[in-house]
Design a protein around this ligand. Structure first.
Ligand SMILES: [Zn+2]
Length: 78
């Protein structure tokens, strides 16, 4: 599978994603342009913003990507 997922007009490498927001952004700021969008945090404090469909696609891509090279019986150290 591709190592990239597409958000807005960007192809983002999956390995650069740190976390994905569960809830849509709300900060109350009048000039905020990301209201209602989902934050996807990248390394080095960068963020990109996705709509709900894009966010779900990113989560699915991350899960598929993580599942690819891990054996089922992997045991994580405590
Ligand atoms: Zn905001």
């Amino acid at each position: 599978m591709s190592i990239f997922c597409q958000v807005d007009d960007k192809h983002v490498p999956l390995y650069r994603i740190v976390w994905v927001s569960e809830l849509p952004h709300f900060c109350g700021s009048e000039d905020c342009r990301q209201e209602g969008r989902y934050e996807i945090r990248l390394e080095r404090g960068e963020s990109i913003w996705a709509n709900l469909q894009e966010r779900d696609a990113v989560l699915g891509a991350l899960e598929a990507w993580q599942g690819e090279d891990e054996p089922d019986d992997v045991e994580w150290p405590e």
